[in-house]
Write a protein that binds this ligand. Structure first.
Ligand code: ATP
Length: 222
C-alpha cells in the first residue's frame, strides 16, 4: 500500500539572509526583509551587516555603530534577527565564506536563501568564488525599478539553469534562484547620509531610535 505522505513534497527548515552595509539601516531595508519573510514564508530572516568596502561612504562609520543601529531598528520586531558574524571577522568578508561557515554550523539539512536586489545579481560573476554560491544556498532576487533581467551572458544562463519556485526552496537546501517582484520604498542610505550632511531632516525614512543614535553620536555630519 502506498503511503500518502510520501507524495507530499518534503519541507525543510528555511533560513533567509539579507546582506548589506546598512549605513544606516532604513525602512526600505526593513520592509523588504519583512515582506520577503512573510510573502515567502521563511522560518527565519536574518539581517547580515557586512564590512564596509574601503572606497564607500565617507565619513566612515564604525562597524560597531552600524551594528548598534541595526540592533536598535530590530528592537520590538521578533520577525527579523541580526546576524553579525561578518563583523566579527577582520578584513573583507566574502559571502561564500559566510555561507560555508553557516553550513558547517547548521548542517546540510536546512534550506538557506541569500536575498539580493537584481542589481547585485547582475554583478554576481564578479563575486569571490561565485560558482560555489549555489552549492551552498539558494538566491532570492528582488527586481528593482530600472534594472532588467539579462537576455544573454553568464547570469542569463545561470537563471535558466537554476530558476525555481518557493516549493523548490522548501524542498531543497541549495541550488535554486527565485526571482520576485516587490515594491521597494524609494529610500537609500546614500540619500539619508546626504540629508544629514547638509543639515536637513531624515525623519520618517528610518526608525526614530536609529535617528536618535545618529544624532547622539553625531554621525554623517559633513
Ligand atoms: P547605499 O545607498 O549606501 O548604497 P543602500 O540603501 O542601497 O545603501 P545597502 O546596505 O547597500 O543599502 O543595501 C543592502 C540591501 O538592501 C541590498 O540588497 C539592496 O538592494 C537593498 N536595498 C537598498 N535600498 C532598498 C530599498 N529602498 N528597498 C529595498 N531594498 C533596498
Amino acid at each position: 500500500m502506498s503511503n500518502p505522505s510520501s507524495a507530499l513534497p518534503r519541507s525543510l527548515k528555511t533560513l533567509a539572509l539579507f546582506g548589506g552595509t546598512f549605513n544606516p539601516v532604513h525602512f526600505g531595508h526593513l520592509r523588504m526583509a519583512l515582506e520577503l519573510k512573510e510573502a515567502l514564508g521563511f522560518d527565519e530572516m536574518r539581517l547580515l551587516p557586512s564590512h564596509q568596502p574601503a572606497h564607500r561612504a565617507e565619513p566612515r562609520v564604525s562597524a560597531q555603530a552600524r551594528r548598534d543601529m541595526l540592533a536598535l531598528a530590530l528592537e520590538g520586531c521578533p520577525e527579523l534577527a541580526l546576524d553579525d558574524r561578518e563583523l566579527a571577522r577582520d578584513g573583507p568578508t566574502y559571502t561564500v565564506d559566510t555561507l560555508e561557515g553557516l553550513r558547517e554550523e547548521l548542517g546540510e539539512e536546512i534550506s538557506i536563501s541569500f536575498c539580493m536586489g537584481l542589481d547585485s545579481l547582475l554583478g554576481l560573476p564578479g563575486w569571490h568564488r561565485w560558482e560555489r554560491l549555489l552549492e551552498l544556498a539558494h538566491l532570492v532576487v528582488v527586481t528593482r525599478p530600472g534594472w532588467h533581467m539579462p537576455r544573454d551572458g553568464e547570469v542569463a544562463e545561470l537563471l535558466a539553469r537554476h530558476c525555481g519556485t518557493m516549493d523548490d526552496i522548501r524542498g531543497h537546501s541549495v541550488g535554486r534562484i527565485l526571482v520576485r517582484e516587490q515594491t521597494l520604498l524609494p529610500i537609500s542610505a546614500t540619500g539619508i547620509r546626504s540629508l544629514i550632511a547638509s543639515g536637513r531632516s531624515a525623519q520618517f525614512l528610518l526608525p526614530e531610535r536609529v535617528l536618535n543614535y545618529i544624532q547622539i553620536h553625531q554621525l554623517y555630519r559633513s
